[in-house]
Design a protein around this ligand. Structure first.
Ligand code: ADP
Ligand code: MG
Length: 694
């Protein structure tokens, strides 16, 4: 279909845009004039008011005006020009320049009247502005302050704000006569009181003198809300389109026969919780439909998701189809393989397993079993995506711990099992509870079930926060716990994003702990060890032949050793809350009281303190996730791999959470207007529609 904006000229039609500038703009996703108009300010500077120096606080970005009362060159580590400025209010402000010409030094002489714009920071002798923009008074005095807020645009290297501002001015002139299509039907706009597109764009690029600056700075102005609405709608529609595309395919019918599932439940050593039963039934009902299931199961760590996956796999096998279970790490793949083998072999079901480490003859054999259908359930890592893997008839793909995978991987496993016009059912499981706002926006293509209950008999983990200067006491605690027959984890966290360094840190910790705790049997696992070694160590730990397991965050996900009841996490301040929650979920799986010691390195930032306090106060994964969202934003929670799709130009999931419900309703209202749907998604997501491919 022709884009309904094909009439928007290229940016090169604007004055002063040559090939070089066009290239830079393209890096920002700006190709047409319309793109430029949708390149919205991320914030505004207020240069309309002069702020009294006496009221300044660090972090303020503002205009001040006053007289220079001292101007000196300071030698020292870096030669700099320091000017003290006073305005008659209490206090003075220092201007600091590291680079300055003789002419500048003259302008900035004692007695000069000067106006500056910059960010206020604490300095050695009180508040400072470093390299502020400034203008000195001339014969006519100072020019008037700006009349409206100054928009600040997202930037790329080699491009200046002022340059973009002048281009936007030109684009706005074009907008007076040209047009951008209003895509929101009037009924929708009226229902939610959304202003018109054109007026909103003009308002945001050039807020009028009397604009409600407070609302604008907060991102809550109706013009901003209107655009945020449309942007959220675009994301939502993309995911819905994805879902429609998949569901056009149809899926194998997998009605429950209860042959295998009943037998399985009978041999389980426990009864399903009510939540497991409910979610199990939701999944079962999806499987008997002729449309591919697209279901997300959320359940806190330890809520028993694996059993739900097993039930779904059995219902698939009952119908003569294969089921695949994909997990993010080899350790987890092996653990699932062992669990599933114990459950499935008595039922006469054949399993295959595939991971990077499965090589040579063994690999050939596994691949053959997957291809000829003799393997009924296949467990594996992302190795399952590989070209060489061919399923005989994949009916169900289970993706465990989905937060570790990107959207693309999720889609590509679905592709794998595609058989002509039929797609496999998909069950996606995550232990990182996702705040509702995120589920509604990031997973709009999925139905959602929640296992909101833990199996009985669990005692909540006691969490303590301790500075690492008390390391000796912590080590003593480990000694005592292990002497009582418990097992413990000692987790070394990520160092500056480097896996190699993290592994090294774990190696060092292992050596030190072995010296200090000679009576304990201590093992080590980290990501750089051979998979076989890792598995062997995990096996020993699980069999209680090791007391203490020193590990990197590789054990974050899914590992289940109920007798382990103590966990020490070094430098927890480096991790996100959801990740800490995952780690902590490794303990507290049995009936003994468990401890998690968060051993931080001082000093902690304010946010760091707040985060550790959350961990101490609650073990509720949903609350922790909400808090994480609040403190760190959606990208971190969904994992970096998913951030691409969660980067909004103007919407902010937290601030605009209340729009999501309306967006969903609007999406329904538009469902019979494919041209509009397409135009909206293209306008906002045209540049990264790669995740729109199915
Ligand atoms: P997660 O949801 O974190 O994947 P798992 O499926 O690994 O949790 O289950 C955690 C532990 O709880 C396992 O040892 C599992 O056997 C056990 N479990 C699961 N469901 C129940 C239940 N209904 N009653 C008792 N224990 C259960
Ligand atoms: Mg699990």
């Amino acid at each position: 279909m022709q884009s309904s904006f094909s009439h928007s000229p290229a940016v090169t039609a604007l004055k002063g845009v040559g090939a070089a500038l066009a290239l830079k703009l393209e890096r920002l996703g700006i190709v047409s004039i319309q793109d430029l108009l949708f390149h919205l300010p991320t914030r505004y500077q207020d240069r309309t008011r002069i702020i009294p120096i006496g009221t300044l606080r660090p972090g303020d970005e503002c205009v001040i005006q006053g007289t220079i009362v001292a101007s000196d060159i300071q030698m020292g580590r870096r030669r700099s020009l320091l000017c003290r400025i006073q305005d008659g209010s209490a206090g003075t402000l220092t201007l600091r320049f590291f680079h300055f010409s003789a002419a500048q030094k003259n302008t900035l002489a004692v007695g000069s009247e000067i106006r500056c714009f910059g960010e206020v920071r604490p300095g050695p002798g009180g508040l400072e502005m470093v390299h502020p923009e400034y203008r000195a008074s001339n014969a006519q005095g100072l020019t008037p302050v700006e009349e409206s807020l100054t928009p600040i645009y997202p930037m790329t290297e080699g491009l200046q704000q002022s340059r973009v501002r002048t281009l936007v001015q030109q684009a706005l002139t074009w907008l007076e006569t040209g047009s951008v299509s209003e895509l929101l039907p009037e009924s929708v706009r009226r229902q939610w009181r959304l202003p018109e597109l054109k007026a909103s764009l003009i308002y945001l690029h050039a807020p009028p003198v009397d604009a409600n600056q407070h609302l604008l700075l907060e991102g809550l102005h109706p013009a901003q809300r209107r655009l945020a609405f449309e942007e959220l709608l675009a994301h939502h529609l993309t995911l819905l389109q994805l879902r429609h595309k998949v569901q056009e395919n149809g899926a194998p019918l997998l009605p429950p026969t209860h042959q295998l599932t009943a037998e399985f439940l009978a041999q389980l050593p426990f009864r399903l919780t009510t939540a497991q039963q409910r979610v199990g039934e939701e999944v079962s009902a999806d499987l008997k439909k002729p449309l591919p299931m697209l279901r997300l199961v959320q359940g806190d760590v330890g809520s028993g998701k694996t059993v739900v996956a097993a039930l779904a796999a059995l219902q698939t096998v009952e119908n003569g189809y294969q089921a695949a279970v994909m997990v993010p790490t080899e350790i987890l793949a092996e653990q699932h393989f062992i669990n599933f083998s114990q459950w499935m072999e008595p039922l006469g079901i054949k399993l295959a397993w595939l991971a990077g480490k499965v090589k040579g003859k063994q690999r050939v054999a596994q691949l053959a079993a997957i291809a000829d259908g003799s393997a009924q359930i296949v467990i594996g890592t992302h190795a399952l995506f590989q070209e060489e893997v061919r399923f005989y008839n994949l009916g169900l793909a289970v993706i465990d711990e989905q937060h570790r995978f990107g959207v693309h991987q999720r889609l590509s496993l679905r592709e794998k099992g595609r058989d002509g016009k039929r797609s496999p059912h998909q069950l996606i499981m995550t232990a990182t509870p996702i705040p509702r706002t995120l589920t509604m926006s990031a997973y709009a293509d999925l139905d959602c079930s929640v296992i909101d209950e833990l199996p009985p008999g669990r005692t909540p983990v006691n969490t303590v926060v301790i500075e690492d200067s008390r390391r000796d006491q912590v080590i003593e605690r480990v000694r005592v716990a292990c002497a009582e027959g418990r097992q413990a984890y000692w987790v070394c966290t990520l160092i500056e994003e480097s896996e190699a360094l993290q592994c090294q840190a774990a190696e060092v910790a292992e050596v030190t702990l072995k010296e200090l705790l000679p009576e304990l049997r201590i093992g080590l696992v980290h990501g750089r060890m051979k998979a076989q070694e890792k598995t062997e160590i995990m096996r020993l730990f699980k069999a209680a032949e090791l007391d203490l397991l020193v590990a990197t965050t590789v054990i974050e996900v899914g590992v289940d050793v109920p007798n382990a009841s103590v966990m020490i996490i070094e430098n927890p301040e480096r991790l996100g809350l959801s990740q800490l929650h995952q780690l902590r979920g490794r303990v507290g799986r049995g009936s003994v009281e468990s401890y998690c010691v968060l051993m931080y390195h001082a000093p902690l930032s304010k946010q760091g303190r707040e985060r550790l306090a959350v961990m101490r106060e609650t073990t509720d994964g949903f609350r922790i996730a909400e808090k994480d969202l609040e403190l760190r934003g959606p990208g971190e929670i969904l994992g970096t791999r998913q951030t691409g799709m969660m980067q909004f130009r103007i919407a902010d999931l937290q601030r605009d959470a209340d729009l999501l419900d309306r967006v969903r309703q609007a999406a329904n209202q538009l469902s019979n207007q494919p041209e509009i749907m397409q135009a909206v998604t293209r306008r906002w997501l045209g540049h990264h529609d790669e995740y729109g491919h199915v």
